[in-house]
Each structure stands twice: as C-alpha cells, then as structure tokens.
Design a protein around this ligand. Structure first.
Ligand SMILES: [Zn+2]
Length: 165
C-alpha cells in the first residue's frame, strides 16, 4: 500500500514546531557537537522523521537539520519523493535546504527563526540569500560557465533514454 494519500493535512501543527525547537535546543550541550537547528517532517498528521544539524558531529557541511531529516524520511518511507509531506524547522531553511525541499517535492515548510536571525548569531544563511539576489560582494564565491561538447552529449543521450524525476 502506498504511503501517499490524496489530501494530506498540511495545516500548521504547533506541537510539531515545538518538537523541532526542542531538537534545536540539544545544541546547547556543547558536547553534542550539534548546531542550533532542529527539524521534523510530518506526513498525514504524524511525524515520520526528526533531525538536528550535525555538521560538526559528522564533519560534513551538508548535514543541516533539514537535509538530515529529508534523508531520514526518505529512508523510512522508501522513496525519494516526499510529495504531501510538511517540514517544520526551528529556523528558516538556507538555500541548500530550500533546494533540497524542492528536490524532495516538499511544498509546505514552516519555520520559526528567520535567516536574518541566524545571521545575527553567526551563520551565513542571509549572506547566501543576498548573493543569490545579486549582491556578489557578500561571499568569496565565483561561478564561471565553460561549455563542453562532451557534457552536452551526456545530457542529449540521457534525455533520449532517461526518466527525469
Ligand atoms: Zn540548510
């Protein structure tokens, strides 16, 4: 039986945000090596995954709470497609995590603290958003386009044979 239903409840549930914030508070124990961010993913009225930021714990800069939670939910549900799921996070998703929500087909996100508030305690979220809006002075990052025939050929071949999700 599929875990998906036609009309999943995506209404805000304060208990789910409370749990996300509780998870973020685990970082207050410095020995946990967690960042101050907690996330839960709910589906059809139930929490199906919980996670925290574990960048320092795992030595992995992509281990944000939202990414970790998406990985756990996908593993639990046996799918890469979280259509209908709702993500609750203690702080506004950074652009990486926002993109991960899009790739996971999560269309509803609730957050507590803002990216500006995360910036105020030293995180780069708001700088990345500013960079994406065109202010290239806020980050030391440069992107250059170098077209490559072989790279284009892979895309052409994939388009003929592949299934795009
Ligand atoms: Zn993030």
């Amino acid at each position: 039986m599929s875990w998906r239903v036609d009309n999943p409840s995506q209404a805000y549930n304060p208990d789910f945000m409370k749990r996300a914030v509780e998870l973020s508070a685990l970082s207050l124990d410095a020995s946990s090596k967690r960042g101050p961010f907690g996330t839960v993913i709910a589906y059809n009225g139930e929490i199906v995954a919980e996670a925290t930021n574990e960048v320092m714990k795992n030595n992995d800069p992509t281990c944000h709470g939202e990414i970790n939670c998406i990985r756990k939910a996908c593993e639990k549900l046996g799918t890469y497609d979280l259509t209908g799921a709702v993500l609750y996070t203690s702080s506004e998703p950074c652009p990486m995590c926002l993109s991960a929500c899009v790739w996971a087909n999560i269309s509803k996100v609730y957050y507590a603290n803002t990216a500006v508030q995360a910036g105020d305690i030293g995180f780069k979220d708001d700088h990345i958003y500013q960079w994406l809006k065109g202010d290239k002075s806020v980050l030391t990052l440069s992107l250059e386009h170098h077209p490559d025939e072989n790279a284009e050929e892979v895309f052409e071949k994939y388009k003929k044979q592949g299934t795009i999700y």
